[in-house]
Write a protein that binds this ligand. Structure first.
Ligand SMILES: Nc1ncnc2c1ncn2[C@@H]1O[C@H](COP(=O)(O)OP(=O)(O)OP(=O)(O)O)[C@@H](O)[C@H]1O
Length: 264
């Protein structure tokens, strides 16, 4: 269970650039919940993910993972239990390292590094099996440098790395946004498959309204640092993009503005 309790975050406090990015956020995800997050420009979506990952410290409130209060834990300490995939396929992988080295690095996340950095044969077999599941033929390119792969292949590897040691929470921050539409839907399909098979508790920011409706069991909409709409189950399944736009206008009194938002 992930519990976000009374969490706020203000950037540049006391300056003319002061920005209240999150205002008293309360959100509880049960194990296996898959929540999609939408909202206009600057609504606080990425900040919310970054607070959970520990990229920045929170100003007040608490974040609990199961019964542990992780509010003060630094990002590196949370990383063994929280997988984080970003929009930029270049961010999650090391370009100069091979696919198998990247996977080995991910498998050792949160562990003490010993002297033996070698990858065992049994590990390689495991990686090959996992790569095969992606259906991209990458299992035949285990020693290729990741920098030689396409954006979609790289993002698929990043996804695998983020989930290799089953995380308690998976954070996906517009992880398909930089990909072409066909590759984006392939990576989204893979995401669904991995989340489903591993029963992962997942938060996914997306600028694609239809994806937000189709994927996951819960949807939240953010505006001006707050959660203004939270829907799950059957009610979510019945939503249309028009419903979401209407909800946004009702709750915020303004038009939905996100320069990257896809309505269909
Ligand atoms: N590191 C930072 N320093 C200063 N201000 C920041 C920082 N990160 C975010 N902000 C500000 O906080 C607000 C929320 O930003 P955030 O990136 O969370 O929005 P978002 O909902 O992800 O928006 P978008 O869809 O445009 O990416 C914005 O006004 C943004 O400029």
């Amino acid at each position: 269970m992930l519990k976000i309790k009374n969490v706020s975050k203000t950037f540049n406090l006391g300056t003319i650039n002061e920005k209240k990015a999150l205002k008293n956020i309360n959100l509880t995800l049960e194990d296996g919940d898959f929540v999609t997050i939408i909202g206009g420009n600057g609504a606080g979506k990425s900040t919310l993910m970054n607070m959970v990952a520990g990229v920045y410290p929170i100003d007040c409130g608490h974040i609990y993972l199961d019964d542990d209060d992780i509010s003060l834990d630094p990002e590196y300490k949370r990383a063994s239990r929280i997988g984080h995939v970003f929009q930029d396929p270049m961010m999650g992988t090391a370009a100069d390292m091979s696919i198998q080295e990247n996977l080995a690095m991910a498998a050792r996340r949160g562990q003490r590094r010993g002297l033996s950095w070698g990858v065992k044969k049994s590990e390689l077999d495991d990686y090959k099996k996992e790569l095969k599941k992606l259906g991209l033929g990458l299992e035949t390119r285990m020693t290729s440098k990741v920098g030689l792969l396409s954006g979609g292949q790289r993002q698929a590897i990043t996804l695998l790395m983020a989930t290799l040691t089953k995380p308690k929470v998976l954070l996906l921050d517009e992880h398909t946004a930089a990909l072409d539409p066909a590759t984006s839907s392939k990576v989204l399909m893979l995401t669904n498959k991995i989340v489903d098979e591993m029963h992962l508790t997942t938060m996914m920011v997306t600028h694609n309204m239809q994806d937000a409706i189709d994927v996951g069991n819960r949807l939240i909409m953010m505006y001006d640092g707050q959660i203004i709409y939270d829907v799950k189950g059957e009610e979510k399944k019945k939503l249309t993009v028009n419903d979401l736009l209407k909800k946004f206008e009702e709750a915020s009194g303004s038009e939905f503005v996100n320069d990257r938002m896809l309505l269909g």
